[in-house]
Design a protein around this ligand. Structure first.
Ligand code: HEC
Ligand code: HEC
Length: 331
C-alpha cells in the first residue's frame, strides 16, 4: 500500500512554504496506471516535513481525551486503514455509530463519510477529534497539548513556515499524510494493463459477472462511482447511526458507494459492519438485497450458481495489493 516512491529534494529542504524552485522537499506518490493524477490542493502541498508530521500525529494518542486512542487505532495500516470491527471503539470503549472505512486512496474521494457528511480532508479531522464516541477532545485542548509538547512546536513551525500548532496546521498535516495513502498496483491492475495471466480463470469469470451486475455503481479504477445509492441494505430504527444520516427518512438506506480497493482486508462490510465476509456480501446481492423502499433497481435478485458466487468473491480478492504494511512510528 502507501506507495511512497521517492522524496524529491529542492535545495532548501526545510525552507519556507512556497519557497519556489529551491522550495522544500515534497513527497512523490506513484499511483497505479489508470488512476488520475493524485489530487493535491495547492494550498496544502505534499511537503515531506508536513507528511511526516501528519503521520506522527495520526498515530499519536495524545489527540484523545484519555490518551488511549489515536486515528490509527481505528485506521490500522495492516487492515488497509480500517479496524476489523463492525462499529469502531473510541475512548473508554465507547461504541461508535459506523464502520471505519479504508483510508486508502482517500485523496480521490469527492465526499467523506458513509453519508457524505464532510467534503474536505482539511476539515474532516475535527469530527473524530471532538466526537464524544471517538477521541472526545475539544480541538483547543488538543492544541494546548501540542503547544506544550517537547517536540511538536518545532515540527509544526518547520512544516508551516513558522506557524505553530493551530486548527489549520493540525488538520493540514493530517490531510497531507492521508493523501499519501494510495494503493499499490494489484493483480487486477496488471490484468487491465494487458497481462492476461494476472487473473486466473475463476477471477476472470468473476470480473465478467462484476461488469454485468456491479460495475454500474462500483465503477472505474477505484471501483466506485463516488455516487450515493441504496443497495438494499435495510436500516432499521434500531440502527444507532441513523441520526448521522443527512438524507430524508425515505432515503435513509442511501450511502456513498464505497471503493472496493483492498476490500479483502476491510471486513466487516457495509456502513454498520453487518456482514463479516465477502461471501455474505455476495449473498446479499444474489438475493436482491432486502427489497427496501427506495432500493436501486440495479440491485435485483441474481440467483447465481454457487460457482459464480465464488467467482465474484475470487475477483474481489484480486483488488488487494500485496505490499508490506506501513511501519508505524513510535510515539
Ligand atoms: C474511534 C474510531 C476512530 C478514530 C479514533 C478515528 N476514526 Fe476516522 N473514521 C472512523 C469511522 C467509524 C468512520 C466512518 C464515519 C462515518 O462515515 O460516519 C471514519 C471515517 C474517516 C474518514 C472518511 C473516510 C471516507 O472514505 O469517508 C477519514 C478521512 C478519517 N476517518 C480520518 C481520521 C483521522 C484523521 C482521525 C484522527 C484525527 C480519525 N479518523 C480517527 C473511526 C475512527
Ligand atoms: C446500486 C448500486 C450498487 C450496485 C449495483 C452494487 N453495489 Fe456494492 N455497494 C453499494 C453501496 C451503496 C454500498 C454501501 C452499502 C452500505 O454501506 O450499507 C456497497 C457496498 C459493497 C461492498 C462492501 C464494501 C465495504 O467496504 O463495506 C461490497 C464488497 C460490494 N458492495 C460489492 C458489490 C458487488 C459484488 C456487486 C455486484 C453483485 C455490487 N456491490 C453491486 C452500491 C452498489
Amino acid at each position: 500500500m502507501a506507495f511512497l516512491l521517492a522524496v524529491a529534494f529542492g535545495a532548501g529542504a526545510s525552507g519556507c512554504e512556497g519557497a519556489g524552485p529551491d522550495g522544500p522537499a515534497t513527497v512523490e506518490v506513484r499511483v497505479p496506471d489508470g488512476f488520475d493524477p493524485l489530487p493535491v490542493p495547492p494550498q496544502n502541498p505534499l511537503r515531506a516535513d508536513r507528511v511526516a508530521l501528519g503521520e506522527r500525529l495520526f498515530f499519536d494518542p495524545v489527540l484523545s481525551r484519555d490518551m488511549s486512542v489515536s486515528c490509527g487505532t481505528c485506521h490500522l495500516p495492516e487492515r488497509a486503514f480500517s479496524d476489523g470491527l463492525g462499529r469502531s471503539l473510541g475512548v473508554e470503549g465507547r461504541v461508535g455509530l459506523r464502520n471505519a472505512p479504508t483510508l486508502l486512496n482517500v485523496a480521490y474521494r469527492t465526499s467523506l463519510f458513509w453519508d457524505g457528511g464532510a467534503l474536505f480532508l482539511e476539515s474532516q479531522a475535527l469530527v473524530p477529534l471532538e466526537d464524544h464516541r471517538e477521541m472526545d477532545l475539544p480541538v483547543e485542548g488538543a492544541l494546548d497539548r501540542l503547544r506544550q509538547h517537547p517536540e511538536y512546536p518545532v515540527l509544526f513551525a518547520e512544516a508551516f513556515g513558522g506557524e505553530g500548532p493551530s486548527v489549520r496546521t493540525l488538520t493540514y498535516a493530517l490531510a497531507a499524510y492521508q493523501r499519501t495513502l494510495v494503493s499499490a498496483p494489484t493483480a487486477f491492475d496488471r490484468y487491465r494493463a494487458g497481462d492476461d495471466g494476472a487473473l486466473d480463470a475463476e477471477a476472470r469469470a468473476g470480473l465478467a459477472l462484476f461488469q454485468t451486475h456491479c460495475q454500474s455503481c462500483h465503477a472505474g479504477p477505484l471501483l466506485t462511482s463516488e455516487g450515493f445509492e441504496n443497495n438494499g441494505a435495510a436500516v432499521t430504527d434500531e440502527d444507532p447511526g441513523r441520526e448521522r444520516i443527512t438524507f430524508s427518512a425515505a432515503d435513509r438506506g442511501t450511502f456513498r458507494v464505497p471503493s472496493l480497493r483492498a476490500v479483502a482486508r476491510t471486513a466487516p462490510y457495509f456502513h454498520d459492519g453487518r456482514f463479516q465476509t465477502l461471501e455474505a456480501v455476495v449473498a446479499h446481492y444474489d438475493r436482491g438485497g432486502d427489497a427496501t423502499p427506495g432500493q436501486s433497481p440495479r440491485v435485483r435478485p441474481l440467483r447465481l450458481a454457487e460457482a459464480d458466487r465464488d467467482a465474484l468473491v475470487a475477483f474481489l480478492r484480486t483488488l488487494d495489493d500485496a505490499a508490506a504494511p506501513v511501519d508505524r512510528p513510535a510515539n
